[in-house]
Design a protein. Structure first.
Length: 457
């Protein structure tokens, strides 16, 4: 039992029956805040500073640039039709134009732009062309940050996706599938394989304690269909009794959101498995058949991970590069990759534009969820940097300049969102990564093929 009036530790967890749950941000965690704490929860080192979180969200196959880039610059600009769904949060993000990835170009290696696009996206490096085991590209920016922040969170980084991670095979003109299916690289030869099953991500976020104890608790929950909240209920009641009114409200809202995610996962697991619903994407048990539901659930997982400070670094591939996924829910029955090679066909172009709008809707879903979480200094989105985009600009041309990119969030007060910023054509995207790393506290002036820092963000 702690002394009344003492600050609640940021690493406090609710524990019970082989389960542990981190807490969201509470006023009681702020020095001098409401902090009559009497929980029996396990605590770690104190950390009262609101952390800066960073996520990288990847879309495949480029866009239709004619209707993607905004009209005008600065704050007085107009969102394009492809980005129109983002209008409700336009003051929370900036559109960046003119940035390029030189190392995603062929550079003498011939075809394979899709593989190079994904491999280069977060590394700024040119991948070695091979379909064998001798893959090599470079460490990605998310892992540079994760290594520097090591030990501050339970998970150094979190890798999410909606299509399976691959490590072998020939996926693009002699390039290994490892390049097309991964954007996070732990080393120059080892990708971080992403997780696409919501249940597995959920268990990683709450899977603390000795391995055998945690596995037994999970098996008991699965067998009895009990909520993870039931397992920590006693500790939660003791904590609630020590909190102020606002913190109790935050805890209630947090528990409701966790339970809502659990229920959605359970519904997916009980649903009849229909391989045809995946529309040319090889089905995986435990993955939602509805793509919008899948992306939305993974957005929830990313928000939970950041909210609980389980990690401060994440990457999310909405699909593998070169994905030929179909989108029947928006009236697109042809594959995405096929449509991107439209050769000027207006009907195909309109379907690409529909896909791009759908992607914007999914980004709005993520940003809205982040912005709904109150934290010290604003919202979770205000205390984050979210980079969204692709390393292919026009899917029909396979070019890697003037990339479609959005930088969202306030960066803990270090960013100035709400603008369209145009840079000199060919400016390395890696310059942005240097600027982001510096905001994360890393003393560096180089990354990938950077030649400086990106100003004006």
């Amino acid at each position: 039992m702690r002394t009344p009036g003492r600050q609640l530790d940021r690493r406090t967890m609710l524990r019970g029956m082989g389960t542990a749950m981190s807490l969201p941000w509470l006023e009681a965690m702020v020095p001098g805040g409401l902090s009559r704490v009497g929980s029996s929860a396990l605590a770690g080192s104190s950390n009262s500073t609101t952390p800066l979180r960073t996520a990288f969200v990847f879309i495949p196959n480029g866009v239709d640039p004619e209707v993607w880039h905004p009209i005008g610059e600065g704050r007085d600009y107009q969102l394009s039709s492809s980005l129109a769904p983002l209008e409700p949060l336009r003051e929370k993000f900036s559109v960046l134009s003119g940035l390029a990835h030189h190392n995603a170009k062929a550079l003498g290696d011939g075809p394979g732009d899709h593989a190079r696009s994904a491999a280069c996206f977060l590394t700024g490096a040119h991948p070695y062309k091979t379909a064998g085991r001798d893959i090599q590209v470079g460490i990605s920016v998310d892992q540079v940050a994760a290594n520097a922040l090591g030990g501050r969170t339970h998970l150094p980084s979190l890798e999410l996706g909606c299509e399976p991670a691959l490590q072998s095979g020939n996926c693009d003109s002699g390039y290994s599938c490892a390049y097309s299916a991964n954007i996070s690289w732990r080393t120059s030869r080892q990708p971080n394989l992403k997780e696409i099953r919501p249940r597995e991500v959920f268990e990683r976020l709450f899977g603390f304690g000795p391995a055998q104890e945690t596995e037994r608790a999970r098996a008991r929950r699965m067998r009895t269909r009990r909520s993870i909240l039931d397992f920590v209920s006693s500790d939660a009641r003791r904590l609630d009794a020590t909190l102020g009114v606002e913190d109790r409200h935050r805890m209630d809202e947090y528990r409701e959101s966790v339970r809502a995610v659990e229920k959605r996962i359970e519904m997916i697991e009980r649903a009849t498995f229909d391989p045809e619903a995946f529309h040319s994407i090889r089905p995986v048990q435990g993955v939602p058949a509805d793509y919008r539901e899948h992306v939305g659930l993974m957005n929830d997982m990313l928000v939970l991970a950041f909210r609980l400070d389980q990690t401060r670094i994440a990457s999310f591939m909405l699909a593998n590069e070169g994905s030929n996924r179909k989108f029947p829910s928006i009236g697109v029955s042809e594959g995405h990759h096929h449509l991107s090679h439209h050769k000027g066909d207006l009907a195909m172009i309109e379907k690409i534009r529909a896909i791009n709008r759908f992607q914007s809707e999914m980004l709005l879903d993520l940003l809205g969820k982040l912005d709904s979480v109150e934290e010290r200094g604003g919202t979770l989105l205000d205390n984050s940097m979210i980079l969204y985009g692709s390393a292919i600009a026009d899917g029909n041309r396979h070019n890697h300049d003037d990339l479609p990119l959005i930088l969202a969030g306030g960066g803990g007060g270090s960013l100035r969102p709400g603008r369209h910023v145009r840079y000199e054509s060919g400016t390395p995207l890696s310059n942005l990564y240097v600027s982001m790393l510096q905001r994360m506290g890393l003393e560096t002036d180089r990354f990938g093929d950077s030649n400086g820092v990106l100003t004006g963000i």
